[in-house]
Design a protein around this ligand. Structure first.
Ligand code: 5GP
Ligand code: MG
Length: 184
């Protein structure tokens, strides 16, 4: 993997596609075990989780009901705005008594997933958990860490594998991190 430029910013290789897929197989194994016979409903959060979800579900043996939702907090900035700006797919959900798994691309401050978690909880699901490809523990401000984590990463801005910078870079097969001035 080589460093790349996305919208005028330099990003360096961080997690390869091979590492991601190997980790997804392990995560799928855990989910197969934990959700066997529970008829789970998975709620992937658009846009970022689209590739993570597409690859993860193809490693599963359990058949989840899949319903995509969208929340957005970031805009085109590199910092979390901590307010939910828009959402869709939420009011169609019927979650009462269901085993719900929220699928996120990344948990940073935890604000987005907490908002969704509270929304889901109001519908009295049988259970609700969170799976995220990436988790930034040093940025996290919540009190409940995600239940399934692909990779714990440092507090840096990343793109690729579904994650964008100003809506670019989502198609990259691996994950890249913003190159700091110091390492140039
Ligand atoms: P939160 O701070 O609410 O946990 O995260 C909000 C959203 O910010 C995430 O769902 C994700 O879309 C975006 N985000 C957080 N950290 C990063 C990052 O390093 N790179 C990218 N591309 N998006 C991020
Ligand atoms: Mg997101």
């Amino acid at each position: 993997m080589k460093s790349i430029n996305v919208q005028g910013k330099e990003f360096e290789p961080y997690i390869t596609s091979k590492e991601i897929h190997s980790r997804l197989k392990t995560m799928a194994g855990l989910l197969n075990h934990d959700y066997k016979d529970l008829d789970p409903i998975f709620l992937p959060v658009l846009n970022g989780a689209f590739i993570f979800t597409a690859d993860l579900v193809r490693y599963l043996d359990v058949q989840p009901m899949l319903q995509f939702v969208r929340l957005s907090t970031y805009g085109d900035e590199m910092k979390s705005s901590k307010t939910v700006q828009s959402s869709f797919g939420l009011n169609q959900l019927k979650l009462k008594g269901r085993h719900v798994l929220i699928l996120e691309d990344i948990i940073d401050t935890g604000f987005t997933s907490r908002f969704l978690m509270e929304y889901v909880n109001r519908q009295q699901p049988a259970s609700v958990r969170i799976a995220t490809l990436l988790f930034k523990p040093d940025a996290f401000e919540g009190d409940r860490a995600p239940d399934y984590v692909g990779f714990h990463i440092s507090n840096e801005f990343v793109v690729g594998y579904g994650l964008d910078y100003a809506q670019y870079g989502r198609e990259l097969p691996g994950i890249y991190r913003l190159r700091s001035m110091a390492t140039k």
